[in-house]
Design a binder for this molecule. Structure first.
Ligand code: HEM
Length: 503
């Protein structure tokens, strides 16, 4: 017995020393040193690594400084606001550079051919980069964050729910939600003497797209679905608030105020979703509903033709994660596409009339200039060479969509300008290379919801344009910001005018 205590202490010391060696010496010192050296030898340089912090403090400082920048409404080059660090390092170190997100290495590329090779890779060499744990809790480890055979299984279950015939049925819901928003606005305008009001259209679109995704994902359970949204929204905000903080190991387990709030929200989110999912599974009718959840449950419960029964099944937890993912991926993205489209139409009013005919071109140009999704990341699971660059295992590659969407070599000299006509001959002929529009990514991991988003945007705009014309409010401040997606920092106040009053 007398030996047990010293033995225990020795074991503890060995574990601590191993952890210290692996974490502090290998991960925080040796790996940054060897990776920097490896890239230097290939002629790829970048800002120096600083212990634990990497370049996070520099990024935070540059972002804070850039945040005070306000642009003219006709200036669509907001890169100095959202990516000052990338611009600075690109001019300092050249086309590809290495930087450090804490102790994690990232290489930023600007080359379309490299991006194509990485995004189209079907060999499983590239996986999604690790997202922050709070973000995973909020958005669920669903389709967008899975890899390998789990991703294949989920994508096969979810794909049928996004088939065009199913989505077309959902346009009725999209139109009904849009009409209800427009009616509300119309009532407000009717009460004014001059037939116009100022509204923050970004706020309106956020509520509308929450309504659309709650109805299309959860059908008759949409009210509960909207509650889920509110919780998820707060969890995402918590995750974003700590993204640029230096990560201290073990901090996430301590009962700090932020962590306690996070734990409560995570529990509430799970229990609300269970309240929606379990009754459907319990109904013996095999009718799970025509909404996204119902269609997912149907495929999940179906037997694969000629295959083993239930081989496509998702567990309850996996279904919960996919529900969280629908909400997260399907809500703000489309609301922002609509917001930035209305912004561009307000400052280029000649296109409001044309839009009635040319909706697709205007939406594509908005996705090019003001793409809601900003920076994609992939990391190789083994050492791999892409183009002439040797990427060591685990070094994440950043593909900066807004920078590439302004590449003058690819898009032409007017790349910074709003010109929907560049899409006149279709999306693949708009630039010098066919896959230049990366708004929905490309390759096997491209956006599953892209048709959903485009149908929703067209439904909303069609209804809005029938009733109103709009101009930008003098109160609008043009400050596009990166908060996981591209958002208008101070909303988008516009003046809505009833069309019949103007004409
Ligand atoms: C304007 C609207 C949208 C934009 C710009 C957009 C953009 C993107 C992008 C760039 C990706 C790839 C991310 C990466 O590879 O790192 C993606 C993936 C994804 N999107 Fe969207 N999205 C939009 C709307 C939607 C909607 C409405 C839904 C669902 C209702 C959705 C669901 C998803 C999912 C589940 C994935 C992951 C696919 C996979 O990994 O297999 N998105 N989206």
């Amino acid at each position: 017995m007398a030996f047990i205590v010293p033995l225990f202490v020795v074991a503890l010391l060995v574990v601590a020393a191993t952890w210290l060696w692996d974490y502090t010496i290998m991960r925080l010192l040796w790996r940054p040193y060897t990776i920097s050296k490896e890239f230097r030898q290939q002629g790829i340089h970048g800002p120096p690594y600083r212990f634990i912090k990497g370049c996070k403090v520099d990024i935070k400082n540059m972002m804070e400084e850039a945040d005070s920048l306000v642009l003219d409404v006709l200036n669509h080059n907001y890169l100095p606001r959202i990516a000052p660090h990338y611009l600075k390092w690109r001019s300092q170190y050249g086309e590809s550079f290495l930087y450090w997100f804490g102790p994690k290495p990232r290489i930023c590329i600007f080359d379309y051919e490299l991006a194509r090779q990485i995004l189209s890779s079907k060999s499983g060499h590239f996986v999604k980069n690790d997202p922050p744990p709070t973000l995973v809790a909020a958005v669920g480890k669903g389709l967008a964050l899975l890899d390998g055979i789990d991703w294949v299984r989920h994508r096969r279950v979810i794909n049928p729910a996004f088939a065009m015939d199913k989505l077309k049925m959902m346009t009725t819901t999209m139109l009904a939600c849009s009409q209800s928003m427009i009616k509300e606005l119309d009532n407000q305008v009717s009460e004014t003497k001059n037939g116009e009001i100022e509204v923050d259209i970004n706020k309106e679109f956020r509520e509308l797209s929450a309504d659309v995704i709650s109805h299309t994902a959860f059908g008759s359970n949409y009210k509960l679905g909207k509650e889920v949204f509110k919780v998820q929204h707060e969890l995402v905000a918590i995750s974003m608030a700590s993204l640029l903080d230096v990560q201290i190991p073990g901090l996430k387990y301590l009962p700090t105020e932020r962590n306690r709030r996070k734990w409560v929200l995570e529990k509430n989110l799970r229990s609300s979703l269970l309240q929606i999912i379990q009754p459907r599974l319990a109904s013996n009718s095999n009718e799970y509903g025509n909404d996204l959840l119902g269609l997912m449950l149907q495929t999940s419960m179906a037997t694969e033709p000629g295959g083993k029964e239930g081989s496509l099944r998702l567990s309850i937890d996996e279904i919960i994660n996919e529900c969280k993912m629908f909400f997260f991926a399907g809500h703000d993205t489309t609301a922002l596409l609509l917001t930035w489209t209305v912004f561009l139409l307000s400052v280029h009013p000649e296109w409001q009339e044309k839009l009635r005919k040319e909706m697709q071109m205007v939406l594509l140009e908005t996705l090019r200039l003001y793409c809601p999704a900003l920076f994609m990341q992939r990391k190789p699971v083994t050492d791999i060479t892409v183009g002439t660059t040797k990427l060591p295992k685990g070094v994440a590659v950043v593909i900066p969509i807004p920078i590439m969407h302004r590449d003058k070599e690819v898009w032409g000299e007017d790349a910074d300008e709003f010109n929907p006509l560049r899409f006149e001959n279709g999306v693949t002929r708009a630039a010098k290379i066919p896959h230049a529009l990366l708004a929905f990514a490309m390759g096997p991991r491209s956006c599953i919801g892209q048709n959903f988003a485009m149908l929703e945007a067209k439904s909303v705009l069609a209804v809005l344009l029938q009733k109103f014309s709009f101009t930008i409010s003098p109160n609008y401040v043009h400050a596009p910001s990166e908060l996981f997606m591209l958002r208008p920092k101070f909303g988008l106040p516009v003046i809505l005018r009833q069309l019949d009053v103007c004409n």
